[in-house]
Design a protein around this ligand. Structure first.
Ligand SMILES: [Zn+2]
Length: 381
């Protein structure tokens, strides 16, 4: 059996676990843990607080610092309301393409990494190769945040990480972060004929949005010199403003959906502290002067740190050398890369399949992409 056959068989198994982010991934994690243990990896399954999901961290080779992490997320996006030509959780092959939910995003990479385990185990590695497979990436990198915290607590310090998100095996050295919030305003309803007797939640939501738009302009002046991003600064978007029941009623409840995409982590702190201060020091006191129970509450939908391009990046340089590529680029989607960067790793995003197929019906990965990925993982030795 060739390595590609092994990867294809493993991928078929992984696709058959319907690991949509809202559901448990434990069956898939335990299958991978068994497989890696059979191939002499030291395996740890780290369960989440309520025991419904887990991350897997495994190592082949010597103990100690250094080495490289092969990182992938086990969860996939839902298939509901998508028009698939066949069962999304049963892998189907046609014309050199493997179809199924998660084939490119990103069980294809995980299958390649697992297919290499016996080859890694057979070698006398001088540095460890780690496998990091997480839960809940698609809903805000929740599993990776826990995993990174666990590794940090144990003092595990890998030198590099390859995040196998679908880049068609192109080498990616950065992306913006992605932070999403819903801010809810609770005021006091009343008759529209006497606005001062109520607290109009919609009006406070509008003032909140106005401050966000001012911050958006300030962010343009904070673009790091030489920023390779397009646009080069942190962007901010208002995704929704909702509230109100009728023309003549003071709005009791309103909400604002908004997001921003930091190019540097300092902007993450900047946006959050500026808008929090405005809500706390300006809006809320004005609301509570009329109605002490008035509230402004912000729900964090997801906060994914950016992956900052670095001048020195050993992971990028290594993967460029191994693949013969001479450029590294940026992508407009967020990954777990920033979290591994926060652990002190040099990080590169490079994996099989195209983001164009991710999250869509009839998602696929090409066999020749898996071959290219296996070649890279082989050269790592
Ligand atoms: Zn992904």
């Amino acid at each position: 059996m060739t390595r590609l056959d092994t990867a294809r068989d493993i991928l078929a198994t992984l696709i058959a676990f319907p690991t949509v982010s809202s559901d448990s991934n434990l069956d898939m994690i335990h299958w991978m843990a068994d497989y890696l243990e059979r191939h002499f990896a030291r395996v740890e399954v780290l369960t989440n607080a309520d025991g419904t999901k887990a991350n897997l961290f495994a190592t082949i080779g010597p103990e100690g610092d250094g080495g490289i992490v092969l990182s992938g997320h086990s969860d996939v996006v839902p298939v509901a309301e998508q028009d698939w030509s066949s069962d999304p959780f049963e892998m189907r092959e046609a014309d050199g393409l493997l179809y199924g939910r998660g084939t490119c995003d990103m069980k294809g990479f995980i299958a390649c990494a697992l297919a290499m385990a016996p080859y890694y185990a057979a070698r006398d590695l001088d540095r460890p190769i780690h496998f990091a497979f997480t839960h809940d990436e698609e809903v805000g990198c929740l599993g990776a945040a826990d995993l990174i915290a666990a590794l940090e607590a144990r003092g595990v310090k890998p030198a590099m990480a390859i995040i196998g998100e679908p880049t068609e095996m192109r080498i990616i050295e950065g992306h913006k972060g992605c932070c999403e919030y819903t801010t809810r305003f609770t005021g006091l309803e009343g008759h529209g004929s006497d606005p001062d007797q109520g607290v109009n939640a919609a009006e406070y939501a509008v003032r909140y949005v106005s401050r966000l738009l001012e911050i958006r302009e300030e962010l343009k002046t904070r673009a790091p010199e030489g920023s390779a991003f397009e646009p080069p600064w942190t962007t901010l978007n208002i995704g929704g403003v909702h509230g109100g029941v009728a023309h003549n009623v003071i709005v009791g409840k309103a909400e604002v959906e908004w997001e921003f995409r930091p190019v540097v982590n300092e902007d993450m702190d900047f946006v959050k502290s500026e808008i929090e201060a405005y809500a706390r020091d300006v809006l809320l006191p004005a609301m509570q002067k009329v109605e002490p129970r008035a509230r402004i509450q912000t729900e964090v939908i997801g906060e994914v740190a950016g992956f900052e391009p670095m001048e020195r990046n050993a992971a990028r340089d290594l993967v460029m050398k191994l693949t013969g590529a001479n450029t590294a680029g940026l992508v407009p989607f967020a990954t777990e890369a920033g979290l591994f960067q926060s652990l002190g790793c040099d990080v590169v995003v490079c994996g099989p399949g195209s983001i164009a197929q991710a999250h869509k019906p009839d998602e696929f990965v090409a066999l020749d992409q898996l071959t290219a990925c296996l070649d890279l993982l082989d050269r790592l030795i």
